[in-house]
Design a protein around this ligand. Structure first.
Ligand SMILES: Cc1cc2nc3c(=O)[nH]c(=O)nc-3n(C[C@H](O)[C@H](O)[C@H](O)COP(=O)(O)OP(=O)(O)OC[C@H]3O[C@@H](n4cnc5c(N)ncnc54)[C@H](O)[C@@H]3O)c2cc1C
Ligand code: FES
Length: 255
């Protein structure tokens, strides 16, 4: 798919919790067809120390309004600068980058598992699956109640199972501790979050022979296969997370 470099106008910058905000971007040109799991490379203006673009997942797309949303966690200098953007300002992005989650087999029982800012691509994925006739359910993990984000958005798609590490909402523990994984059988699991979480989910899926796709968040510089800084070891050799991923089937990873 052809890549574009476009200026988007910030329509809204909405803080949704202490460290998280959602940027709604309005395109001057019509959006191409975007797929869940794909990401954009964002230019952080007026910030010499963050001259490399920052990769962010496509969180939501509205083709009628010609907008996309990015869910961003403040992690360092680049994301702090992005959190200060005001409506009307411009954001330059390269997109669409990377591959996407695959469409599960018909009638599959699908679970989307996310933690922290790893929930970002799952909203677009959940809506996309629903519009294609699936009934995805979600298992989301957060540190505590105050860190729960976008709950209303996910519940609008389907069942949401929650864990918090302190037990303040949902079941106590990590996503892999949730009882739904013991009591129900899923056919296809899509996962995004911290590497330790994805490896734990992958372990569960290997054990139960469940199809599992994970979206890796390796450090990236270029985002389109030139710098080789995002290489991941797979059964087919070393691959670039930015072009061969970020979504991988766990059976292809050397985990
Ligand atoms: C394909 C992809 C999709 C992503 N989607 C999202 C998203 O939707 N929302 C979101 O908030 N974040 C996402 N990330 C992570 C995001 O790119 C980083 O948090 C961001 O680049 C940090 O930039 P910074 O300048 O604020 O922090 P820096 O000052 O560069 O770093 C601050 C801290 O963040 C860590 N960090 C930097 N880059 C990454 C990275 N790629 N992954 C994990 N930790 C990193 C650094 O190691 C350091 O500890 C994604 C990453 C990838 C590769
Ligand atoms: S980020 Fe440059 S090759 Fe992947």
């Amino acid at each position: 798919m052809a890549k574009r470099i476009d200026d988007f106008i910030i329509k809204e910058n909405r803080q949704i919790s202490k460290d998280f905000f959602v940027l709604e971007l309005s395109g001057n040109n019509y959006l191409p067809v975007l797929k869940p799991g794909q990401f954009v490379q964002v230019k952080v203006e007026n910030s010499p120390e963050t001259f490399l673009r920052r990769p962010l997942s496509i969180h939501d797309v509205d083709y009628e309004k010609n907008t996309i949303k990015l869910l961003v966690q403040v992690a360092g200098k680049g994301t702090t600068k992005l959190s200060e953007l005001k409506p009307g300002e411009l954001l330059n992005i390269i997109y669409p980058l990377g591959n996407s989650f695959s469409l599960p087999a018909e009638n599959s029982k699908i679970l989307l598992v996310g933690g922290g800012c790893g929930v970002a691509p799952l909203l677009f994925l959940g809506k996309y699956l629903k519009s294609n006739g699936y009934n995805p359910e979600m298992l989301l993990g957060f540190r505590n109640t105050s860190r729960i984000i976008e709950y209303q958005e996910y519940i609008a798609i389907g069942n949401v199972f929650l864990t918090t590490e302190d037990g303040s909402m949902g079941e106590k523990g990590f996503v892999t501790d949730h009882s739904v994984l013991r009591e129900r059988r899923f056919d296809h699991i899509c996962c995004c979050g911290p590497s330790s979480m994805m490896k734990a989910v992958a372990g569960y899926c290997f054990e139960k022979s469940i199809i599992c796709e994970v979206s890796l968040e390796n450090l990236m510089a270029c985002g389109f296969g030139v710098c080789l800084c995002c290489v991941v070891s797979t059964v087919s050799g070393n691959l670039c997370t930015c072009i061969d991923g970020p979504v991988f089937n766990i059976k292809d990873l050397k985990w």
